[in-house]
Design a protein around this ligand. Structure first.
Ligand SMILES: Nc1nc2c(ncn2[C@@H]2O[C@H](COP(=O)(O)OP(=O)(O)OP(=O)(O)O)[C@@H](O)[C@H]2O)c(=O)[nH]1
Length: 459
């Protein structure tokens, strides 16, 4: 990824850069800010003009050989010591303009639209952020952090992957309990109408998920059986012993991956008293028939498996026979995420891109900020309190020194919630402000001045 970004963006500016970071000369673009990051061996600068801006990390390598050996360049011969990473836009108008720019598809362009679905807290947004290389989607240890579908764009060489991060699949009853908007219940299903592939993310250390797919995931898969599905077991870092992963995979796939039984007789496992590896799915349930585009048949024949598949609280089937591939990853530690990304890039089919290559997400900068605030509220406040806070952006302004000035307004409806939000001596709100500020500075690669006002709603 870094290689292609470097290759694409170095050219317009590289003539002006010398090969040493200490003697940086900038041509037409303006230098917004300069900050040393970490050690003296690397320097991060933000450059841009009225239309665009980039953040560049200039690295000092021990020798030219070590630079060329560096994995960052991925075999591409760099021009100078410049490695470029696109920054997420902070200007709403420019972001809106970018979204309408004509996609700059190269000759031989390929594209793939992928939805990430799964139960709440499975790690969908963590994975989407890792695939993007930017923390633009909200992550927290509480459920229902993501409120609506959001798009991320990965452009690598001639391939573009459009990722749809979706809210966790849930029931209307739970939706009411967590004050969820209607979009949260409908968006995951909606996302499947627009994609070429679906990643079904399963939390491998969740005891319930280990024995089969949940009802909502199954119903999504059944309704969109024509969309190739990939099983992604996440949080494998927390699963011990590791052989348990095979057992979980078999419980979720029935041993059928990509149309063949990969379990083999020695690995047969019993799912709640049923030897799933020993059960052949009915012919019309096999992935081959799905590819032939006969989604309606899946629903009508599914009951054939009833006797063979475990029964849990009235849920008759929890095994999906049609997974094309299985990946085992740790999104948090970025383990095997690159393998998954490489697979997705390979799956991209000839076709023009949907977005201009500079687009990273369809979210506005304010929405990214609101997401980050929300994730820190969820992390720092107990039970239902963070779900009852209304947020709005009061100020969003670029200061004279290039810093981003943001004022967020938080409204609570109960005095008790206000007390918890502020914390003793303002401890909680200070923590939320500081962590949000740090995350925003990281996403926008810019200095951020953040203030939060907390208000009690007048009855
Ligand atoms: N141990 C471990 N934790 C993970 C991993 N991936 C995500 N998490 C954690 O799981 C929690 C939920 O992650 P999210 O990305 O918010 O999950 P989500 O599926 O988007 O959640 P919803 O918005 O509720 O749908 C966070 O605390 C993450 O840090 C992983 O690979 N290993």
């Amino acid at each position: 990824m870094a290689a292609s970004v470097a290759a694409r963006f170095i050219s317009p500016f590289s003539r002006g850069f010398s090969s040493s970071p200490s003697s940086l000369i900038c041509p037409t673009p303006l230098l917004f800010g300069l900050s040393a990051c970490g050690s003296l061996s690397s320097l991060r600068v933000r450059v841009g003009n009225a239309n665009c801006s980039w953040t560049m990390t200039l690295k000092r390598y021990a020798s030219r050989e070590s630079m060329l050996r560096s994995k960052t360049f991925d075999g591409v011969r760099p021009r100078g010591l410049v490695e470029v990473k696109q920054a997420v836009r902070t200007d709403t108008d420019k972001q809106a303009l970018l979204m309408t720019r004509h996609p700059d598809s190269p000759a031989g362009a390929r594209s793939l639209r992928v939805a990430i679905i799964g139960a709440p807290n499975a790690g969908k947004s963590t994975l989407a952020n890792q695939l993007l290389g930017h923390k633009v989607f909200p992550v927290s240890s509480k459920v229902h952090t993501t409120r609506q579908n959001a798009t991320g764009v990965v452009t690598h060489g001639s391939a573009q992957i459009v990722l749809l991060d979706t809210p966790g699949l849930t029931s209307t009853k739970r939706g009411k309990r967590h004050h969820l908007e209607e979009s949260m219940l409908g968006d995951p299903q909606k996302s499947l109408h627009e994609v070429d592939m679906v990643l079904v993310l399963v939390d491998a250390c969740d005891t319930w998920s280990q024995y089969g797919l949940d009802f909502h995931t199954m119903s999504c898969l059944k309704q969109h059986a024509d969309v190739p599905a990939i099983l992604v077991l996440n949080k494998v870092d927390a699963v011990k012993p590791k052989r348990k992963l095979l057992e979980i995979t078999e419980n979720l796939t029935g041993g059928f991956i990509g149309g063949s039984n990969r379990a083999g007789p020695s690995k047969r496992k019993i799912v709640r008293g049923v030897d799933v590896a020993n059960v052949e799915p009915p012919l019309r349930d096999r992935p081959g028939s799905i590819d032939e585009g006969n989604p309606g048949l899946i629903d009508s024949t599914y009951s054939c498996n009833e006797a063979a598949i475990s029964e849990d609280n009235g849920q008759k089937d929890r095994v999906w026979w049609g997974f094309k591939e299985v990946f085992m990853i740790s999104a948090l530690n970025n383990e095997e995420v690159d393998t998954l990304k490489a697979y997705l890039l390979k799956q991209a089919r000839p076709g023009v891109w949907t977005f201009h290559s500079e687009v990273i997400t369809n979210l506005t900068p304010q929405a990214i900020c609101a997401n980050i605030v929300r994730s820190h509220l969820l992390e720092n406040l107990p039970q239902e309190v963070p779900y009852c806070i209304t947020q709005s952006t009061e100020l969003w302004e670029e200061g004279a020194g290039g810093e981003l000035k943001i004022v967020q307004k938080l409204i609570v409806s109960k005095k008790s919630h206000l007390k918890l939000l502020v914390g003793r001596g303002g401890k909680i709100i200070r923590c939320v402000v500081e962590r949000t500020r740090a995350d925003l500075a990281n996403v926008f690669q810019q200095e951020v001045m953040l203030k939060m006002g907390v208000y009690l709603q007048q009855k």
